[in-house]
Design a protein around this ligand. Structure first.
Ligand code: UT7
Length: 333
C-alpha cells in the first residue's frame, strides 16, 4: 500500500533580529522577564511593510525542493497553514502558488494556529495514501509582527511571537518501502476558543470593525496565558502517549522530539513528565520566538540541516494552541 514520506525540508526567516532589549524600549518589559518565563532571547520580524506569509514561504519551498532534488514545478498540491494569512481572502496558498509559478495547482489554507502544521500533515498524508497527489508542499508561514500590540497593555502576547516560514515536501513511498509518516493524531476543543483569540475585525459583527473595537483593544490577540499553559502541559503529553501507544512504541523509541515552540517551560515540563532526555528535544524558541504554524517544520528543517537526525530515525512532533487545538505526529525519516 502506498504511504507518504518526507522528501525534503526548507525554511526561511526574515533578516531583522529583534532582541528582548529592543522590545523593552517600546514597552514595560525586560530581557530577564522574557527569558525566565519563556526562554525567548530574540525573534525575527519582517524588514518592511508589504511582506506577507506567502513571501516568507517562497524561499522555504524552494529550499525544500532543492533538498528533495526535485523541481518546484513537480509540486501538485499546496497546503498552507497560517493564522496570519497575507489577506483575509483569498488564502495565502493561492498567493504562494502564483509566486512559485504554479498555475492550476490546488492550494488549501489551514487555519489551525499552532497545530496547523500537524493538521496539514494529516491531510497531505491522506491525499498521498489515496493516490490523489504525488508532491504535496506542506507549508507553515506566519507574519505576526504586523499584528501585535507593542504597548504595555499588549506586552504579555507581544513578547512571544516571531515571523518565519518552513516547508515539508511530501511524496509517496516506493514499492516495498517503509512508510515515512506513521501516524498523525489531531484534536480540537472549542470551549477554549476565547482563551487565545483575535476578536476583530469579525464577520460575526455588523460592521466588522468599529472605532469602539479598536479602543477596546479587540483588534489585538488576547490570551489567558495561565489557562493555555495548563491545557498545553496536560494535552501535549496525553496526545504524544496516545499516538505512540497506537503504534506500539514508547518514548524510548524516539530519536528526536520536535515540540511546538510556544514556551520553553511548557516543553521542559512535558519532557519531565514523560522522562524524556533534554538533549533529544529541538528548541529554537530562543532565536525565533513562537512562529506558530511554522515552528515544527522550522525546528525539524534546522535539526536535519545540523545533522541531529538522519535517515531511519524516528521523530515525534507535538503541538498545542489556539482553538484549542492539539496533536502529535510520528514519522520515520
Ligand atoms: O502558541 C500559542 C500558545 N500559547 C502559549 O502556549 C502560552 C502559554 N502561556 C505562557 O507561556 C505564559 O502564561 C506567559 C509566558 C504568557 C506568561 O507567563 P506567566 O508566568 O503565566 O505570567 P503571568 O501572566 O501570570 O504574569 C506574571 C506577571 C504579571 O504581573 P503581576 O500581576 O504579577 O504584577 C504580569 O503583568 O508578569 C507580568 N507580565 C510581564 N512583565 C514583564 C506579563 N507580561 C509581561 C512582560 N514583561 N512581557
Amino acid at each position: 500500500m502506498t504511504r507518504s514520506k518526507f522528501l525534503g525540508f526548507g525554511h526561511y526567516v526574515p533578516t531583522k533580529v529583534v532582541t528582548n532589549d529592543d522590545l523593552a524600549k517600546l514597552f514595560d518589559t525586560s530581557d530577564e522577564w522574557i527569558q525566565q518565563r519563556t526562554g525567548i532571547k530574540e525573534r525575527r520580524f519582517i524588514e518592511h511593510s508589504g511582506i506577507g506569509a506567502s513571501d516568507l514561504a517562497v524561499p522555504a519551498v524552494k529550499m525544500a525542493c532543492e533538498n528533495a532534488g526535485v523541481g518546484v514545478d513537480s509540486i501538485d498540491a499546496i497546503i498552507f497553514a497560517t493564522l496570519s494569512p497575507d489577506f483575509n481572502f483569498p488564502g495565502s496558498g493561492c498567493f504562494l502558488g502564483d509566486k512559485l509559478g504554479l498555475p492550476g495547482v490546488p492550494a488549501l489554507d489551514v487555519r489551525n494556529q499552532c497545530s496547523g502544521f500537524l493538521y496539514s500533515l494529516q491531510i497531505a498524508d491522506a491525499w498521498i495514501r489515496c493516490g490523489m497527489y504525488r508532491r504535496v508542499a506542506v507549508v507553515g508561514g506566519e507574519v505576526h509582527s504586523t499584528g501585535l500590540d507593542f504597548t504595555d497593555a499588549g506586552r504579555d502576547v507581544a513578547v512571544l511571537f516571531g515571523d518565519g516560514a518552513a516547508c515539508a515536501l511530501l511524496g509517496p513511498t516506493e514499492d516495498g518501502e517503509e512508510p515515512g509518516v506513521l501516524d498523525v493524531e489531531i484534536h480540537a476543543d472549542g470551549s477554549g476558543a476565547k482563551e487565545l483569540w483575535l476578536e476583530a475585525p469579525a464577520s460575526a459583527y455588523m460592521p466588522r470593525l468599529t472605532k469602539e473595537m479598536i479602543d477596546e483593544r479587540k483588534i489585538w490577540p488576547a490570551m489567558n496565558g495561565k489557562q493555555v499553559f495548563r491545557w498545553a502541559t496536560k494535552k501535549m503529553p496525553e496526545v504524544m502517549l496516545s499516538v505512540l501507544e497506537r503504534n506500539g512504541l514508547s518514548m524510548s523509541d524516539i530519536d528526536l522530539l520536535v515540540p511546538h515552540q510556544a514556551n520553553k517551560r511548557i516543553n521542559e515540563f512535558v519532557c519531565q513528565k514523560l522522562e524524556f532526555p533534554a538533549e533529544k528535544v529541538v528548541h529554537n524558541i530562543e532565536r525565533y520566538g513562537n512562529t506558530t504554524a511554522a515552528s515544527i517544520p522550522l525546528g525539524l528543517s534546522e535539526a536535519i540541516q545540523q545533522g541531529r537526525v538522519s535517515s531511519g530515525d524516528t521523530v515525534l512532533m507535538a503541538a498545542f494552541g489556539s482553538g484549542f487545538t492539539w496533536g502529535a505526529a510520528l514519522v520515520r525519516l
